[in-house]
Design a protein around this ligand. Sequence first.
Ligand code: MN
Length: 230
Amino acid sequence: MTYCFAPPSVSAVPVAGSNLLFPVHRIYCVGKNYAAHVREMGSDPSREPPCFFLKPADAIVLDSVMSYPPGTNNLHYEGELVLAIGKGGADIEPDEASGHIFGYALGLDMTRRDLQTHAGKLGQPWDTGKAFDESAPLSPITPVEQCGLLERGSIRLWVNSQLRQEADISQLIWSCNEIISQLSRLYTLVPGDLVFTGTPAGVGPVEVGDEIRLEIHRLGQLHLKIGKNS
Ligand code: MN
């Protein structure tokens, strides 16, 4: 048997400080994981089970530009710490979860907020709002051996040099270890999975020409410009 056409290439992310590529399996995302952001979205930040959704692996953008997507008039940035899973498993205990982390990246959970909000009101899935082409700009992955385990440290995002998001990773409602544990009770994690851990307060719209800069303690910065819809 042979493929009826060439299979798509593997989505892969450079590993900082090496010539290795991290092949991406799935992109999991956590919603509503900083209390101040939960409040700004009009919800109650009491500790409910984490809300998970997915993006396709080929939504990753490694360039410094993403195209303004079709179908929206309200494209939002969400700056997030991203976990790269290097060891798979199911039913992982929180105190064993850090051993499954290969490294970390800076990520933008780009969101067609108008479509997400509309779907939410109708009780429909979020996919068109969250899981679209180029919806996951990402930095190279820094291995844990280089940066250590990230349990605290600043996360900040600027649009055109104006500070819009500022928080500390220690303010995550569900910590990285708890996220891995909870996810692994719903899905078997495999090496190559990425997990967007949620965004702090201060989300907002961007327009064509805007420049986003995300900075996370020990991970450096991610720069992204919003380009015209190609
Ligand atoms: Mn998000």
